[in-house]
Design a protein around this ligand. Sequence first.
Ligand SMILES: Cc1ncc(COP(=O)(O)O)c(C=O)c1O
Length: 424
Amino acid sequence: MESMYKEALILDELDELSSYRSKFFSGDEKLIYLDGNSLGRLPVESKAILERSVIIEWGERLIRSWNEEWFTKNIELGDKIAMIAGASEGEVIVTDTTSVNLYKLAHAALKFKEGRRRIVTDELNFPSDLYILQGLVKDFGEGYELVVVSSRDGMTIDTGDLKGKIDGNTALVSLSHVAFKSAFRYNMKEITALAHEKGAMVLWDLSHSIGAVPGELNESNADLAVGCTYKYLNGGPGSPAFLYVRKDLQDKLSSPIWGWFGEKNPFDFELKYRPGEGIRRFLAGTPPILSLKAIEPTLDMLNEAGMDKIRKKSVSQSEFLLRLAEGFLWPLGFQPGSPLDPEKRGSHVSLRHPEAYRICKALIDPDIGETVVIPDFREPDNIRLGITPLYTTYTEIFTAVREIRKTVEDNLFLRYSSEREQVT
Ligand SMILES: Cc1ncc(COP(=O)(O)O)c(C=O)c1O
C-alpha cells in the first residue's frame, strides 16, 4: 500500500486543479468527504454571497432588490449551466425541483407527440423519475404505457435492449445520463439519435453528470433535460433544479403549470394567460432567491476550470480508486458496483459488499479509525464514493480505501446495527 500512498502524494502535487480545494469551506480538515454526488461541499464564496444577500439585498434593499438583482437571476444562472451542459444561451433556466421539472417537460412532450402513447425508461433510473412517469401514464389514461427496460447485470443497460423498446408509438424516452447507483453513463449522442430515428423525443436527467461530465446537449441534438444543483454544482441542500429545452422546441411546447412567472409579462397582471417567451414559459412561481444565489460560485469555478480538465481528473481519480480496490478490497469480498470502463461511467464509483450499510456506519463514526470518511450507502449493498474534481484529492481516496479495508479486516462494522436510518 505504501507505494500507492507515495503515488497519491505525487498525483496531488501535479494536480492542475488543486487550487480550487481552498475555495470550499471545511469545518474539519481531517474529514474525507466523498459524498459530493449527493450534497456538494459549501463554496466559501456561496457563504459570503448568502450573507450579503440576507443582510444587504433582503435586509436593506428589500423589495427594490427584485429589479436591482433578483428578477433575472434564474436566466443568468441558466446560461452559466448551459455552458457546462453543452447547451446554448437561453436554453436553460433554474427553477423548481428536478422532479417537478421532469413532470413539466415529460407532460409537454406527451402533449406535443399526441397520438403516440409509449414512454420508455430503464430500471436504473432514479425512482422519483419513475414515479412521475407512472403518474403521467395514469393521468393521460387509455392506451398510455411506461416500458421499463431491465438491466442484464444490475449495473448497465444494453443498447440493443433499449432500442428494441423504442417504436413508432413512442412519444418519449426518459433516462438518467448517469445512473444514480452504478454510475453507468449512456452515450447521449447515440441514444438520442436512436430515439429520433423512431420520431420520439428524449428527456435526459443530468443530476449525476452535470458538473462532472462534459455536457453534450447541443452536440447530441437532445430535446429536453433536467438536473439538480446540489450535487457537483454545490448549490446547497434543496437548491433549485434546472431544465433545458432545445431552442427550436421552446415555442412549440407548453408547460402544464401556467404560473405567473411563466407568463409573457407577469407584472401586466393580465387575467388571461399568455405563454412567456422562450425558456421563461417553463417557470411557474416566485424563485427561491437565497437558494438560487448560492449556486453561482461553483458555476463560475467550473466554467473557469473547463469541463475537459474536470473530466480528465475525474477519470484519473476513479481509475486510481479502482486500482486501490483491486489490490485491497476485491480480496476482502467487495465487488465492483460500477462499470470498469471509464467511457461507461460518470464520476462516482460504487463498491458492493453484503455489509455495506454497517461499513458506512463505521466509516462515518468519529470514534472508529483514524479519520472520518463520508460515503453514501445505497440499497441493498452499495457504498458510493463520489469524486468531485474541484476538491477531492488522491490522498483522500487512498486514505478512504485504507479505512474501508481496516473496517472489514478488523470487523469494526460488527459494532453497528443494520437497522436503516431515515436518510441513508
Ligand atoms: C438522478 C436524480 N433525479 C431526480 C432526483 C430528484 O431530485 P429532486 O429532489 O430535486 O426532485 C434525484 C435526487 O437525488 C436524482 O439523483
